[in-house]
Design a protein. Structure first.
Length: 457
């Protein structure tokens, strides 16, 4: 597939890396020649220096015969104009646009071929705030992913000594919880992936990914660690788009405070947020945090635009008594450095956004893509089509499906029914199949596995 990626920022560069490894013809466009040189030396891609929305620049990049344009520059306006130009002049079949401003994202009538010709709108702020909300709703989790419109969830937790399943074989889970169906999809032990078998023993500090119906997630989780009490008090540092969206999402359920340094932005937030206490101040001010009761806070979230400010603020809050701290980290190199110490969870907006973008780029009828373990692994929701004669999956028991190495099927959604994957479950056409891949390089093999005949459905 020939794909033009507009913007050599962290999202654009990460996306180019993902797609270049999957035999796509990638051209990266950006005004910054130095950034493009770095990416060209690192990846097997084409590059074009220039303003991504200019017609002559798009033409030089090969827009005449491009299959897809993905506009992920840091400017909403540049992304919008580029999609307009790509359709008007080159009739580019698929156009994906990253938008950060809530004003644009909420104006749904703007998009479509009879308005601004955009096929898919991606909002990083919306994606990240939804991911954080999932973490808040499942105390103690490291990552929570929705599949099948939220009916099925994949959760990652750190196993702790004292959990009933810790130190025991996975098969014990079914004996201990005969009325709840679940599957351990993968285990990461000291950063190495383990594909679990029935006789695999879960050890303390293992990062365990398991899948279950949404209503059963908490019950399974308490087999692996002490179940934390539901959160009540939340403090957010940073009133940008992500902070505001998250406050709007949680303020009706939790006692929410939001700290913002800019007094004018505070006025806007106070008007937009109904039940959130908006505070004007510096999140690194110890006196202010103490006065606002940070020691009684269940979750402290540092969501400013500065990685360094986020890290320092979160560490300060933790030392002052906040039970759990999460922070937004834009630089991928920082994520592994800070997570698991004083900072409980580091959230990468790039990785969250990449997953949503890949949903619309992957071949086949893919509904969801989630990037896991900072991009090392992936989870997919893909719809099975065809019949036993045209498909390698439909009409076969899961135990007979030749999955690529490092791939497990976790669950199936059939209509409204959730089926946890067991060897005797037979795949039917129309099933939503949820797969976990510890090696994302196996994605093309999974896509071929779900092919119908000689073409993708």
């Amino acid at each position: 597939m020939k794909i033009l990626i507009l913007g050599a920022n962290k999202v654009g560069a990460a996306l180019a890396e993902h797609l270049a490894k999957e035999a796509n013809d990638i051209t990266l466009i950006d005004p910054n020649a130095a950034l493009l040189r770095e990416e060209k030396e690192r990846l097997d891609i084409g590059t074009v220096v220039g303003q991504p929305s200019f017609p002559d620049v798009l033409k030089r990049a090969g827009a005449d015969d491009a299959d897809m344009l993905i506009a992920v520059t840091d400017s909403d306006e540049t992304n919008l104009v580029a999609c307009e130009v790509a359709w008007a002049l080159f009739r580019t079949p698929k156009k994906i646009c990253r938008l950060r401003s809530n004003s644009y994202v909420n104006a749904e009538k703007l998009f479509g071929n009879d308005a601004i010709p955009i096929d898919v709108v991606i909002s990083p702020e919306q994606i990240v705030s939804a991911a954080i909300k999932n973490l808040i709703e499942l105390p103690g989790s490291l990552q929570v992913l929705d599949f099948a419109q939220g009916r099925i969830q994949l959760a990652a937790v750190r196993a702790e000594r004292g959990g009933p399943l810790v130190g025991r074989e996975i098969r014990y889970l079914r004996e201990h919880m005969p009325h709840i169906d679940t599957r351990v999809a993968a285990i990461f032990r000291r950063n190495h992936a383990i594909l679990p078998q029935g006789n695999t023993v879960i050890e303390a500090n293992d990062e365990v990914f398991f899948i279950a119906a949404r209503d059963h997630i908490r019950e399974v989780m308490k087999e692996l660690r002490k179940l934390e009490r539901p959160y009540k008090r939340i403090m957010i540092a940073g009133g940008g788009n992500i902070g505001e969206r998250l406050a709007q999402a949680v303020e009706g359920t939790y006692r929410t405070k939001l700290i913002e340094f800019d007094p004018h932005r505070c006025e806007v937030l106070a008007e937009n947020l109904r039940f959130t206490t908006v505070l004007n101040g510096d999140a690194s001010d110890q006196d202010m945090l103490l006065e606002e009761g940070v020691e009684d806070t269940d979750v402290y979230l540092s969501l400013t635009n500065s990685d360094e400010a986020n890290i320092m603020s979160a560490m300060l809050a933790k030392r002052m008594g906040a039970a759990r701290v999460m922070t937004l980290i834009s630089n991928p190199a920082y994520v592994d450095l800070v997570q698991g110490g004083e900072i409980d969870i580091a959230i990468s907006p790039q990785q969250a956004t990449i997953g949503s973008l890949l949903t619309h780029v992957r071949r086949g009828d893919i509904v969801n893509v989630h990037s896991l373990r900072r991009g090392a692994a992936e989870a997919l929701e893909i719809i099975a089509h065809g019949d036993r004669n045209t498909s390698k999956v439909v009409g076969r028991r899961l135990g007979d499906v030749a999955l690529p190495e490092g791939t497990t099927i976790g669950a199936i959604l059939r209509g409204e029914k959730v089926l946890i994957a067991h060897d005797n479950v037979e795949v039917e056409t129309g099933d939503h199949v949820i797969l976990f891949l510890v090696d994302k390089n196996r994605i093309p093999e999974v896509e071929r596995l779900f092919q119908v005949g000689f073409t993708f459905f």
